[in-house]
Structure formats: structure tokens, C-alpha cells
Write a protein that binds this ligand. Structure first.
Ligand SMILES: NC(=O)c1ccc[n+]([C@@H]2O[C@H](COP(=O)([O-])OP(=O)(O)OC[C@H]3O[C@@H](n4cnc5c(N)ncnc54)[C@H](O)[C@@H]3O)[C@@H](O)[C@H]2O)c1
Length: 567
């Protein structure tokens, strides 16, 4: 109940009165009657019942057993042939299905903090990979241009400053931009495109880190940067293009309010204006990329929608002209090694408890790093730095929650230490564990989480379904399986969990059993796809647990194949 309340708290949720948590359409429920009924069931149920949720609709309480999940959630699960965007809108209007995003309909959203950490890691590693920055150098002088100051995208401002870059973020909705500025997540705000550019350039020349919000259309920003031939190092986009026709992306040339009116009064005109804007945006991005900028798709379906609009973003072989952040950065550097957005919430609601958990997590990682192979040391070090600075960066909005990218060993060791601390009374209340679905093994999404799986299996969804089922019988307190999240309905299947730690030995048993599976399911699939980092992680996981047996690939000898079949 606490997690549902947090997902709908006005300080946390995007449109709480409409039961939308984030991403424009990430719903917790379809209507308030469902909310009230669900809360009643949750307050009355016993440990021998399981609440079943169909896309926000509480189907009822069903007899189960103490080891079963207390809640099983599905969102947007439809017959595959009926999974188009129009189907989504029709079923939603009929009240039979909903878009649960990832952590909205699964009660695991922890405000923008959840994404700040991932975005910081992405920007840091983008600079390492594309600009050759070393870990010690930082990002002084690096310029970064992007868009969106909404639910998740708003994290870019904070992340860019934590990473040390100088960044402009375009936001067409003045209220969203002002909100981030007032919250202190965005350092500077301007309505003038040239002023925004000048501010970024002068900060980068000084080697300073700053975030500048440009209130206006991102197309105007990109075109102005191209005309002025500004040197941009890193570029991306975080408009809500998973939802292009219902307000996720506003066309250039008209104001935000005019855009909203056009969307309802003249949807066809609006859609064509969106397509035209995407073509113009892509042309300007291509011109800056030609001058040396490194652009990546931020998992918001920018390249997908731009290509559908006829923009020049496709290579001759049919692939996208730019990588997605998962393909190049998150996939090989994090997910394949098992690092992902592990998180926890202190049920007491006390700042002191959150600080204690931060200290526990930092000391656990400091012990683990000594025993870590060189392949994952940088990740471990980044994460120790993150957790040690987390309180100072004031990331909490809503529940006392923390995100920390950790691998399977790290997640289990931290969770076990929390459980011990609850038992011993160092923490004054229980802790809820969870993660974003956007993780190692929770999500099958060919243009995002599984974008770096290249054995042909990127369009399968066995991993996410197995993840959900496997977590359910290994001790999760609740599990969820969604169609749609981030990149849109029909484009992704993703699963998640919540686990309640109360300091008991039972919690200890559950956390080891479930977290081991939750990460290693993903590692095993990634290893079978012959991702070298995952093969390494799978071998390491098996060394740490003799009961874990992963089927590993035997690499074909290319010479032998060539000799056999002719080259
Ligand atoms: N941050 C991440 O790590 C991450 C990861 C994966 C996917 N995403 C994707 O990023 C997208 C954004 O997520 P969100 O939660 O911030 O959504 P959101 O809808 O809250 O924010 C998007 C913002 O973009 C603005 N916008 C729309 N069109 C614009 C335009 N033409 N110019 C300038 N601004 C414009 C909107 O006004 C809105 O505030 C989603 O598609 C999400 O799935 C983010």
C-alpha cells in the first residue's frame, strides 16, 4: 500500500489525479474505483491469499500459501496480433487494459532518482567510450545536448552536473521546465535559444558543469546549433516518442498550448506536423554528427519514429545510423555483467534509516571491490562513489528510497546486510527491495534493453516471462509482467518484483534464492547470445554457486566453417 501511495503521491506522480505516475501514460490504475477496491483488499488480506491484478483491475483475492507472492500484476498483456498502438488506445478506452510503463503499474517508481543514477552512468561511459575520457579525467569541457524535463528525462539535468558536463535540455512545456528549475534539479532556465547555447559554450570553456533548460522546441535548438556550427560532443533525445500521437512529442513552429489544441482538434494535421518535425530534427542532428558529435537513442523510440517519418536515420544495410544507449553503453558495460538498477525503500520513512542503508551498501561494496576482477572494477568504483555522494546530491522525492547499480553478488550481499540490520535493530523498520524493469534480465525489448543481443533472439520474450515466473516461486512479495514500457505497447515485454525484508530468516532465504535467479536468468540468456561480458559473468556466477549450471555457447571456429562450406 505504501508503494502504491508513493506512485500516486502528488510530489512524485506526473498526473496523480489521472492515476498516471510517469512517462505521460504510465498508469497505476484505470480508475479510482479500482484504487479503492485494491487498497481495501490489501488492508484485509491474509498470508494465505494472493491478490490478482489485471491491468489495474483487482480481480480478487485467491487462496494461495505463505510462500506465494501476495500480489501478481499483469499490465497490457494482450494477444500478440492485437498489440498495435490503435489496439492499445481502444482497449484502454474500453477499460480492459492499461499501459503500466515499467515501474508505474508495478508500484516500484521512486521518483526521478531512479533514473539519475542510470543517466549519470550513461553520460560518464559515453564520454569514456566516444571521447576517450579516462575515469580520472571527468567530463570537464564536455558539451551535451538533449531534450525533455519530464518524469525520467528531468533526471538528465542533475546527472549531467554530477557527471561534470555542460548541458542544454530543451523542454517545450514551460510548466515542466519551471518545475525542475524550482526543485533545484535544473540550474539555469532561459526562453532564448541563443542564450542557452552561449551559456553552454561559456561553461564548457571554463570546464564547469552546468544544466541549462531551454524552454522551447528541441527542433529549434538543434537547428540553431547546426546553423551556428557549435561543437557539441554528446547528443541525445528524451521526448516521449514511445507515445508520439498523444502528446509525447510536440511539433515545431507552434506553442505547447497550440500543439495540445491541434492534437485534439486536428489529429491528422498534428501527426503530419510531428513527422515533419522529426525529419527536421534528424537533419540537424546528422549535420552536427557529421562535425563530430556522438548521438545515441535514449530508448524513447526516437530513431524508430524518425525512420517511420522518413527521416534520414537508416544505414544502407537497414540498421539505424546511431546506436541506442543500451547497444553501446548500458548493455555491454552494465547489463552483460549483471549491473542494473537495484533499489530499496525504507518503510519507516526515516532519513536516518536511509542514511544507514547507504552506509551499509557502501561498506558492502568496499569489501566486494577488493575481490572484484578488473573487468568490473570501474563499475564497482562508480557505484561506490554514487552511494557515498547520494545523500549530498539530495535525490529523494517521495518515499525514503535509494537506487544503486549493483551486480548479482552486490545485490545479495547488500540485501543480506539490510536484513541483518533490521533483525539487530540498526534499522528501525522493514525494507522493500525492488528494481527498475529496465535491467539485466527483466526486459525483452529489441530497441532497448536487449538491443545488444545479436543472435536473432532480440525479438523473443522468453527471458522477461521466465523472470516473472521464476521470481514468483523464489520468494518475491509481488511480481509484475507488462506489455509496453518506455518504447511503447507491443514493443517490449518486461517483468519486475518487490520483496519485503523484515529481518527474518525467511527473508534471508528468499532474498538469496530470488536475487540469484533474477540477475542470472539475464546473464545466462546474454551469454547464450555470445556476448563476451555475459559469458565472463556466467562463468563467475557458476564459480560462486555450484548449484548454478548455465548452458554456455561453444564458439564456432570461423576457419573451420570457411574451409567446410567455402568462404
Ligand atoms: N531516462 C532514461 O533512462 C530512459 C530510459 C529509457 C527510456 N526513456 C524514455 O525517455 C522518454 C521520456 O521519458 P519521461 O518520463 O521523461 O517522459 P515525459 O513525457 O515525462 O517527458 C518528456 C518531455 O518531453 C517534452 N517534449 C515533447 N516534445 C518536445 C519537443 N518537441 N521539444 C522539447 N520538448 C518536448 C514534453 O513536454 C515532456 O515534458 C520516454 O519515451 C521514456 O520511455 C528514458
Amino acid at each position: 500500500m505504501m508503494m502504491i501511495q508513493n506512485n500516486l503521491d502528488p510530489a512524485v506522480a506526473q498526473f496523480p489525479h489521472e492515476l498516471i505516475t510517469y512517462g505521460g501514460n504510465g498508469a497505476v490504475f484505470q480508475n479510482w474505483a479500482q484504487y479503492r477496491l485494491t487498497m481495501r483488499y490489501l488492508s484485509e488480506m491474509t498470508e494465505n491469499q494472493t491478490l490478482v491484478m489485471y491491468s489495474g483491475h483487482p480481480l480478487g483475492l485467491f487462496p494461495s500459501h505463505a510462500d506465494a507472492p501476495r500480489v501478481v500484476v499483469t499490465n497490457g498483456m494482450v494477444i500478440p496480433n492485437y498489440s498495435s498502438q490503435e489496439d492499445c488506445e481502444r482497449f484502454n478506452a474500453l477499460g480492459v487494459s492499461q499501459y503500466g510503463q515499467m515501474t508505474a503499474g508495478s508500484y516500484m517508481y521512486i521518483g526521478p532518482q531512479g533514473i539519475v543514477h542510470g543517466t549519470t552512468i550513461t553520460i560518464l561511459n559515453a564520454a569514456r567510450k566516444y571521447l576517450g575520457r579516462t575515469a580520472d579525467e571527468g567530463l570537464a569541457g564536455v558539451t551535451f545536448v538533449t531534450s525533455g524535463l519530464g518524469g525520467m528525462s528531468g533526471a538528465q539535468a542533475k546527472a549531467a552536473v554530477i557527471a561534470g558536463a555542460s548541458c542544454i535540455i530543451a523542454e517545450v512545456n514551460p510548466a515542466a521546465a519551471e518545475k525542475r528549475h524550482q526543485q533545484g534539479w535544473l540550474e539555469q532556465l532561459t526562453y532564448d535559444v541563443d542564450d542557452a547555447i552561449d551559456k553552454m559554450v561559456s561553461a564548457s570553456e571554463r570546464g564547469g558543469a552546468t544544466s541549462i533548460g531551454f524552454v522551447g522546441n528541441v527542433v529549434d535548438l538543434w537547428e540553431r546549433l547546426a546553423v551556428r556550427k557549435i561543437s557539441v560532443d554528446l547528443g541525445s533525445d528524451q521526448t516521449s516518442l514511445h507515445n508520439p500521437w498523444q502528446g509525447g512529442y510536440f511539433p515545431v513552429g507552434i506553442s505547447f498550448e497550440e500543439g495540445k489544441k491541434m492534437m485534439s482538434d486536428a489529429p491528422e494535421l498534428f501527426n503530419e506536423a510531428v513527422r515533419e518535425s522529426l525529419r527536421r530534427q534528424s537533419t540537424a542532428i546528422n549535420s552536427l554528427a557529421g562535425a563530430g558529435m556522438h548521438f545515441w537513442d535514449y530508448g524513447n523510440a526516437f530513431l524508430l519514429e524518425a525512420s517511420r517519418a522518413g527521416a534520414d536515420v537508416i544505414n544502407a544495410d537497414g540498421s539505424f545510423a546511431y546506436p541506442s544507449y543500451v547497444e553501446d553503453i548500458m548493455g555491454p558495460m552494465c547489463f552483460d555483467y549483471g549491473f542494473g538498477p537495484f533499489r530499496w525503500v525504507c518503510c519507516s520513512g526515516l532519513d536516518e534509516d536511509l542514511q544507514t542503508t547507504d552506509q551499509i551498501a557502501a561498506s558492502v561494496l568496499r569489501v566486494l571491490i577488493d575481490d572484484s576482477p578488473k573487468e568490473i572494477r570501474q563499475q564497482m568504483y562508480d557505484n561506490i562513489q554514487w552511494i557515498e555522494q547520494a545523500a549530498e546530491n539530495q535525490l529523494v522525492v517521495g518515499s525514503r528510497a535509494r537506487i544503486l547499480y549493483a551486480d548479482e553478488r552486490g545485490r545479495r550481499a547488500i540485501a543480506e546486510a539490510f536484513n541483518d540490520a533490521i533483525r539487530e535493530g540498526t534499522l528501525s523498520g522493514p525494507v522493500i527491495l525492488g528494481r527498475d524493469h529496465h535491467d539485466v534480465g527483466g526486459t525483452d525489448s529489441p530497441y532497448r534493453e536487449t538491443a545488444n543481443i545479436r543472435d536473432g533472439s532480440m525479438f523473443t520474450a522468453d527471458m522477461a516471462v521466465q523472470n516473472f515466473v521464476g521470481d514468483a516461486f523464489r520468494g518475491a512479495t509481488w511480481v509484475s509482467l507488462h506489455n509496453g514500457g518506455g518504447v511503447g505497447w507491443g514493443e517490449v515485454i518486461n517483468g519486475g518484483f518487490g520483496m519485503f525484508l523484515d529481518g527474518s530468516l525467511d527473508s534471508d532465504r528468499r532474498l538469496h534464492s530470488m536475487l540469484n535467479w533474477d540477475v542470472n536468468n539475464g546473464i545466462a540468456r546474454r551469454a547464450w547470445a555470445r556476448n563476451p561480458e555475459a559469458e565472463f559473468a556466467a562463468e563467475r556466477a557458476m564459480q560462486g554457486n555450484p548449484e548454478l549450471v548455465i548452458t554456455l555457447p561453444h564458439h564456432a571456429d570461423s576457419d573451420l566453417i570457411d574451409r567446410t562450406f567455402g568462404s
